[in-house]
Design a protein. Structure first.
Length: 318
Protein backbone atom coordinates (compact mmCIF):
# COMPACT_ATOMS: atom_id res chain seq x y z
CA UNK A 1 0.00 0.00 0.00
CA UNK A 2 1.50 3.34 -1.08
CA UNK A 3 -0.86 5.71 0.76
CA UNK A 4 0.02 4.41 4.22
CA UNK A 5 -1.72 7.20 6.19
CA UNK A 6 -4.80 7.11 3.94
CA UNK A 7 -4.62 10.67 2.65
CA UNK A 8 -7.41 9.75 0.25
CA UNK A 9 -9.89 9.54 3.12
CA UNK A 10 -9.21 13.15 4.08
CA UNK A 11 -9.37 14.33 0.47
CA UNK A 12 -12.81 12.77 0.19
CA UNK A 13 -13.88 14.88 3.18
CA UNK A 14 -13.08 18.14 1.37
CA UNK A 15 -16.77 19.11 0.85
CA UNK A 16 -17.69 18.26 4.45
CA UNK A 17 -14.68 20.23 5.72
CA UNK A 18 -15.97 23.24 3.78
CA UNK A 19 -19.37 22.89 5.46
CA UNK A 20 -17.70 22.50 8.84
CA UNK A 21 -15.62 25.65 8.34
CA UNK A 22 -18.71 27.66 7.39
CA UNK A 23 -20.60 26.47 10.46
CA UNK A 24 -17.69 27.36 12.77
CA UNK A 25 -17.22 30.79 11.17
CA UNK A 26 -20.92 31.61 11.48
CA UNK A 27 -20.83 30.81 15.22
CA UNK A 28 -17.81 33.05 15.78
CA UNK A 29 -18.22 36.66 16.92
CA UNK A 30 -15.85 39.33 15.65
CA UNK A 31 -15.35 42.92 16.72
CA UNK A 32 -13.25 45.43 14.82
CA UNK A 33 -12.68 49.08 15.68
CA UNK A 34 -12.81 52.00 13.28
CA UNK A 35 -12.62 51.89 9.50
CA UNK A 36 -10.34 49.26 7.98
CA UNK A 37 -8.56 50.44 4.83
CA UNK A 38 -6.25 47.47 4.15
CA UNK A 39 -6.18 43.73 4.91
CA UNK A 40 -2.93 41.77 5.23
CA UNK A 41 -3.30 37.98 5.18
CA UNK A 42 -0.22 36.34 6.71
CA UNK A 43 0.73 32.74 6.06
CA UNK A 44 3.14 30.32 4.42
CA UNK A 45 2.60 27.17 2.39
CA UNK A 46 -1.09 26.31 2.21
CA UNK A 47 -2.01 29.46 4.12
CA UNK A 48 -0.15 31.61 1.61
CA UNK A 49 -1.92 29.77 -1.23
CA UNK A 50 -5.24 30.68 0.40
CA UNK A 51 -4.13 34.31 0.75
CA UNK A 52 -3.13 34.48 -2.92
CA UNK A 53 -6.33 32.80 -4.09
CA UNK A 54 -8.68 35.10 -2.16
CA UNK A 55 -6.85 38.12 -3.58
CA UNK A 56 -8.54 37.19 -6.89
CA UNK A 57 -11.89 38.53 -5.67
CA UNK A 58 -13.17 41.98 -6.52
CA UNK A 59 -12.21 44.05 -3.50
CA UNK A 60 -13.50 47.18 -1.76
CA UNK A 61 -10.08 47.70 -0.11
CA UNK A 62 -6.60 46.26 -0.81
CA UNK A 63 -6.12 42.64 0.32
CA UNK A 64 -2.41 41.82 0.50
CA UNK A 65 -0.91 38.32 0.95
CA UNK A 66 2.17 38.30 3.23
CA UNK A 67 4.61 35.40 3.64
CA UNK A 68 7.85 37.04 4.75
CA UNK A 69 9.29 37.56 8.22
CA UNK A 70 8.11 41.16 8.52
CA UNK A 71 4.88 43.05 7.95
CA UNK A 72 4.83 45.54 5.07
CA UNK A 73 5.54 49.16 6.03
CA UNK A 74 1.99 50.07 4.95
CA UNK A 75 0.48 48.07 7.82
CA UNK A 76 -1.03 50.61 10.22
CA UNK A 77 -3.69 51.09 12.90
CA UNK A 78 -6.34 51.10 10.15
CA UNK A 79 -5.17 47.71 8.86
CA UNK A 80 -6.57 44.29 9.64
CA UNK A 81 -4.02 41.51 10.06
CA UNK A 82 -5.39 38.02 9.41
CA UNK A 83 -3.05 35.42 10.86
CA UNK A 84 -3.74 32.32 8.81
CA UNK A 85 -1.97 29.28 10.22
CA UNK A 86 -3.43 25.85 10.81
CA UNK A 87 -0.63 24.57 13.05
CA UNK A 88 0.95 27.86 14.20
CA UNK A 89 4.32 26.08 14.05
CA UNK A 90 5.98 28.04 11.22
CA UNK A 91 8.48 30.74 12.20
CA UNK A 92 7.49 33.42 9.62
CA UNK A 93 3.88 33.49 10.83
CA UNK A 94 4.96 33.49 14.46
CA UNK A 95 7.13 36.54 13.80
CA UNK A 96 4.41 38.34 11.85
CA UNK A 97 1.94 37.70 14.66
CA UNK A 98 4.35 39.01 17.30
CA UNK A 99 4.97 42.14 15.24
CA UNK A 100 1.25 42.77 14.81
CA UNK A 101 0.76 42.38 18.58
CA UNK A 102 3.69 44.65 19.35
CA UNK A 103 2.28 47.37 17.08
CA UNK A 104 -1.20 46.85 18.55
CA UNK A 105 -2.80 46.26 15.18
CA UNK A 106 -6.22 44.67 14.81
CA UNK A 107 -5.89 40.91 14.39
CA UNK A 108 -8.10 38.00 13.39
CA UNK A 109 -6.59 34.54 13.87
CA UNK A 110 -7.63 31.42 11.96
CA UNK A 111 -5.95 28.35 13.47
CA UNK A 112 -6.34 24.97 15.12
CA UNK A 113 -3.74 25.88 17.76
CA UNK A 114 -5.60 26.39 21.04
CA UNK A 115 -2.68 28.16 22.73
CA UNK A 116 -2.59 30.81 20.02
CA UNK A 117 -6.38 31.05 19.94
CA UNK A 118 -6.52 31.84 23.65
CA UNK A 119 -4.46 34.97 23.12
CA UNK A 120 -6.97 36.67 20.82
CA UNK A 121 -10.66 37.64 20.94
CA UNK A 122 -11.20 37.49 17.18
CA UNK A 123 -10.52 33.82 16.49
CA UNK A 124 -11.84 31.06 14.29
CA UNK A 125 -10.71 27.88 16.05
CA UNK A 126 -10.53 25.00 13.59
CA UNK A 127 -10.63 21.27 14.39
CA UNK A 128 -7.25 19.68 15.12
CA UNK A 129 -5.64 16.54 13.78
CA UNK A 130 -5.53 17.31 10.05
CA UNK A 131 -2.41 17.40 7.92
CA UNK A 132 -1.86 21.18 7.49
CA UNK A 133 -1.75 21.06 3.69
CA UNK A 134 -5.13 19.28 3.71
CA UNK A 135 -6.66 21.99 5.89
CA UNK A 136 -7.12 24.10 2.75
CA UNK A 137 -10.95 23.90 2.73
CA UNK A 138 -11.11 24.95 6.39
CA UNK A 139 -8.72 27.88 5.86
CA UNK A 140 -10.16 28.99 2.53
CA UNK A 141 -13.83 29.00 3.52
CA UNK A 142 -13.05 30.69 6.86
CA UNK A 143 -11.07 33.45 5.15
CA UNK A 144 -13.71 34.08 2.48
CA UNK A 145 -16.39 34.21 5.17
CA UNK A 146 -14.52 36.91 7.09
CA UNK A 147 -13.83 39.01 4.00
CA UNK A 148 -17.46 38.71 2.97
CA UNK A 149 -18.80 39.43 6.46
CA UNK A 150 -16.99 42.77 6.66
CA UNK A 151 -17.87 43.58 3.03
CA UNK A 152 -14.24 43.60 1.88
CA UNK A 153 -15.43 41.38 -1.01
CA UNK A 154 -18.92 40.84 -2.48
CA UNK A 155 -21.20 38.06 -1.24
CA UNK A 156 -20.02 34.71 -2.66
CA UNK A 157 -22.93 32.26 -2.17
CA UNK A 158 -20.63 30.13 -0.04
CA UNK A 159 -23.17 27.53 1.07
CA UNK A 160 -24.59 27.01 -2.43
CA UNK A 161 -21.15 26.54 -4.01
CA UNK A 162 -20.06 24.07 -1.33
CA UNK A 163 -23.21 22.04 -1.98
CA UNK A 164 -22.36 21.96 -5.68
CA UNK A 165 -19.04 20.16 -5.11
CA UNK A 166 -19.04 16.66 -6.60
CA UNK A 167 -16.33 14.60 -4.88
CA UNK A 168 -16.38 11.69 -7.33
CA UNK A 169 -16.26 13.88 -10.40
CA UNK A 170 -13.41 16.01 -8.99
CA UNK A 171 -11.48 12.85 -8.15
CA UNK A 172 -11.99 11.42 -11.64
CA UNK A 173 -10.98 14.68 -13.28
CA UNK A 174 -7.89 14.92 -11.09
CA UNK A 175 -6.88 11.38 -12.03
CA UNK A 176 -7.26 11.99 -15.76
CA UNK A 177 -5.21 15.20 -15.55
CA UNK A 178 -2.53 13.48 -13.44
CA UNK A 179 -2.11 10.82 -16.15
CA UNK A 180 -1.25 13.58 -18.62
CA UNK A 181 1.37 15.02 -16.23
CA UNK A 182 2.94 11.67 -15.28
CA UNK A 183 6.75 11.51 -15.60
CA UNK A 184 6.88 15.23 -16.44
CA UNK A 185 7.92 18.37 -14.60
CA UNK A 186 4.73 20.48 -14.54
CA UNK A 187 5.04 24.13 -15.53
CA UNK A 188 1.79 25.55 -14.19
CA UNK A 189 0.31 28.79 -15.51
CA UNK A 190 -2.73 30.93 -14.77
CA UNK A 191 -3.64 34.56 -15.18
CA UNK A 192 -2.05 37.05 -12.78
CA UNK A 193 -5.37 37.23 -10.95
CA UNK A 194 -5.60 33.45 -10.55
CA UNK A 195 -1.94 32.80 -9.84
CA UNK A 196 -2.88 31.53 -6.37
CA UNK A 197 -4.38 28.39 -7.94
CA UNK A 198 -1.20 27.72 -9.91
CA UNK A 199 0.81 28.17 -6.71
CA UNK A 200 -1.49 25.79 -4.83
CA UNK A 201 -1.06 23.05 -7.43
CA UNK A 202 2.71 23.55 -7.46
CA UNK A 203 2.84 23.35 -3.67
CA UNK A 204 0.80 20.16 -3.55
CA UNK A 205 2.76 18.46 -6.34
CA UNK A 206 5.97 19.30 -4.47
CA UNK A 207 4.71 17.98 -1.14
CA UNK A 208 2.55 15.05 -2.18
CA UNK A 209 4.21 13.75 -5.35
CA UNK A 210 7.71 14.74 -4.14
CA UNK A 211 8.67 16.11 -7.54
CA UNK A 212 9.62 19.40 -9.09
CA UNK A 213 6.87 21.73 -10.28
CA UNK A 214 6.89 25.43 -11.07
CA UNK A 215 4.20 28.09 -11.25
CA UNK A 216 3.98 31.47 -12.94
CA UNK A 217 1.61 33.85 -14.71
CA UNK A 218 0.80 33.32 -18.38
CA UNK A 219 2.60 36.43 -19.70
CA UNK A 220 5.91 35.05 -18.42
CA UNK A 221 5.35 31.81 -20.32
CA UNK A 222 5.53 33.74 -23.60
CA UNK A 223 8.12 36.35 -22.76
CA UNK A 224 10.70 34.41 -20.74
CA UNK A 225 10.14 30.79 -19.93
CA UNK A 226 9.30 29.59 -23.43
CA UNK A 227 13.00 29.91 -24.28
CA UNK A 228 13.91 27.57 -21.44
CA UNK A 229 11.99 24.77 -23.14
CA UNK A 230 14.31 24.50 -26.13
CA UNK A 231 16.59 22.07 -24.32
CA UNK A 232 15.07 18.73 -23.28
CA UNK A 233 11.42 19.79 -23.84
CA UNK A 234 10.25 16.21 -23.20
CA UNK A 235 11.03 16.65 -19.52
CA UNK A 236 8.17 19.13 -19.11
CA UNK A 237 4.42 19.44 -19.41
CA UNK A 238 2.58 22.75 -19.35
CA UNK A 239 -0.56 22.88 -17.22
CA UNK A 240 -2.81 25.87 -17.92
CA UNK A 241 -5.52 26.79 -15.43
CA UNK A 242 -8.18 28.08 -17.81
CA UNK A 243 -11.18 30.27 -17.02
CA UNK A 244 -13.73 30.84 -19.78
CA UNK A 245 -14.04 34.39 -18.44
CA UNK A 246 -10.41 35.27 -19.24
CA UNK A 247 -10.20 38.47 -21.27
CA UNK A 248 -9.59 38.21 -25.05
CA UNK A 249 -5.91 39.17 -24.81
CA UNK A 250 -5.26 36.42 -22.28
CA UNK A 251 -7.10 33.87 -24.42
CA UNK A 252 -5.02 34.96 -27.40
CA UNK A 253 -1.81 34.48 -25.38
CA UNK A 254 -2.90 30.93 -24.50
CA UNK A 255 -3.68 30.18 -28.14
CA UNK A 256 -0.25 31.46 -29.16
CA UNK A 257 1.35 29.22 -26.54
CA UNK A 258 -0.55 26.22 -27.93
CA UNK A 259 0.44 27.08 -31.51
CA UNK A 260 4.15 27.47 -30.79
CA UNK A 261 4.59 24.49 -28.47
CA UNK A 262 1.96 21.95 -29.58
CA UNK A 263 4.50 19.73 -31.38
CA UNK A 264 7.24 20.15 -28.78
CA UNK A 265 5.63 19.71 -25.38
CA UNK A 266 2.45 18.35 -23.78
CA UNK A 267 -0.06 21.06 -22.89
CA UNK A 268 -2.72 20.16 -20.33
CA UNK A 269 -5.70 22.42 -19.71
CA UNK A 270 -7.36 22.53 -16.29
CA UNK A 271 -10.80 24.01 -16.90
CA UNK A 272 -12.40 26.05 -14.13
CA UNK A 273 -16.08 25.26 -13.60
CA UNK A 274 -18.61 26.86 -11.30
CA UNK A 275 -21.46 29.34 -10.96
CA UNK A 276 -19.33 32.23 -9.73
CA UNK A 277 -15.69 32.98 -8.93
CA UNK A 278 -15.80 31.43 -5.45
CA UNK A 279 -17.31 28.24 -6.84
CA UNK A 280 -14.70 28.04 -9.59
CA UNK A 281 -11.81 28.66 -7.19
CA UNK A 282 -13.08 26.10 -4.68
CA UNK A 283 -13.71 23.37 -7.23
CA UNK A 284 -10.45 23.92 -9.11
CA UNK A 285 -8.44 23.79 -5.89
CA UNK A 286 -10.14 20.48 -5.08
CA UNK A 287 -9.30 19.03 -8.49
CA UNK A 288 -5.70 20.20 -8.08
CA UNK A 289 -5.42 18.39 -4.75
CA UNK A 290 -6.49 15.18 -6.47
CA UNK A 291 -3.97 15.76 -9.27
CA UNK A 292 -1.14 15.90 -6.74
CA UNK A 293 -2.44 12.83 -4.90
CA UNK A 294 -2.70 10.66 -7.99
CA UNK A 295 0.72 11.85 -9.20
CA UNK A 296 2.14 10.58 -5.90
CA UNK A 297 0.59 7.16 -6.47
CA UNK A 298 1.86 7.11 -10.06
CA UNK A 299 5.32 7.97 -8.72
CA UNK A 300 4.89 5.13 -6.19
CA UNK A 301 5.51 7.56 -3.34
CA UNK A 302 3.58 7.88 -0.08
CA UNK A 303 2.04 11.39 -0.31
CA UNK A 304 1.93 12.11 3.42
CA UNK A 305 5.54 12.29 4.76
CA UNK A 306 7.47 15.53 4.17
CA UNK A 307 10.73 14.77 5.94
CA UNK A 308 12.78 17.57 4.38
CA UNK A 309 10.12 20.20 5.14
CA UNK A 310 9.92 19.02 8.75
CA UNK A 311 13.71 19.24 9.08
CA UNK A 312 13.68 22.77 7.66
CA UNK A 313 10.92 23.97 10.00
CA UNK A 314 12.68 22.43 12.99
CA UNK A 315 15.98 24.06 12.06
CA UNK A 316 14.34 27.48 11.64
CA UNK A 317 12.63 27.37 15.02
CA UNK A 318 15.74 26.44 17.01
Amino acid sequence: MIDKKNMLAELEKFPSRCKEALQIAKRTRFKLKGKINKVFICGVGTSYAVAKIVSAFQKTIPIVPVRGFKLPALASKNSLIIILTYSAQTLPVQLLYKEARRKRLQIIVITSNEKLAQREKNVILLPKGILPRLAFPLLFVSTVYILQKFKFIPAQQIKENISALDQRYCSKEGFMLAKKLKNKIPLIYASNNLFGLAYRLKEMVNKNAKQGAFANAIPDALHNEIEGLKKNPNRYAIAIIYDRDYNPNLKKAINVLHHILKRKINIVQIDMKGKNLFGKLLRTAYVCDYISYYLALMNKIDPTPTKLTSEAIEALTK
